[in-house]
Design a protein around this ligand. Sequence first.
Ligand code: DC
Length: 251
Amino acid sequence: MSNEIFGFTFDAQTIFIMIKTNKQIIIAIDGYSSSGKSTLAKEIAKILNYKYIDSGAMYRAVTLFAIRNKIINDKNQEVNEEKLQDSIDQIHINFKYNSEKKRQETYLNDENIEDEIREMNVSNNVSFISKVGFVRKKMVRFQQEMGSEKGIVMDGRDIGTVVFPNAELKIFMSAKAEVRAERRYLELKEMNVDVSYDEILENVKNRDHIDETRDESPLKKAHDSVELDNSNMNRQEQLDWIVGLVKSRIN
Ligand code: DC
């Protein structure tokens, strides 16, 4: 017998195990930009009643702060690291759940910036801020504090390698750049953001390159992570896949 939960179908035994288990684990989901990490992370967190943390949103929030305060030149992406270092302690990021929109939203110094950090200007600049060592140090510390009680799903680039090297379950997600750009394009269209597919494809490829080649915590697959190429998978298939893995780690 199968049952529907949050719009997905699971057998009764799976639902029982997922909901009744007391074992709290850390699930680290890393991978390429727009590979569907956050969608999968949110869905599995909901089913397990775990906290979901979008670590990319933190780097985006710092980037927005840097753009607004002219710490990064958003035309040539030059970062004034001295100025950033001087103002880093003025940056306070937190997350709040918006029950009306049914989503978690990112706050920068008590201002809701959830929509603004998804805009192209932030996307085009975020890789240059997220490669700064002292920014990463501060974000990693914050992320580790959030996971100190386990029962958390966090997605990003270095979660399984740097933030939670002892996470019980590590996933590494990828998909073809064209597939990822198409998904992002549809997402932004839905949010009425005026952007072309080609612009997004270029941004996706650019970010892949910077994320993989930076000196500080480059994007790489943790040796003990499980890889998922979801180019040809729908959401239910991906969820079934991760549910199977979670069951093996909490039993
Ligand atoms: O997941 P995202 O596309 O929203 O992330 C935005 C940027 O932040 C991405 O280009 C790389 C960076 N990032 C990072 O360096 N480390 C993380 N843990 C998460 C994101």
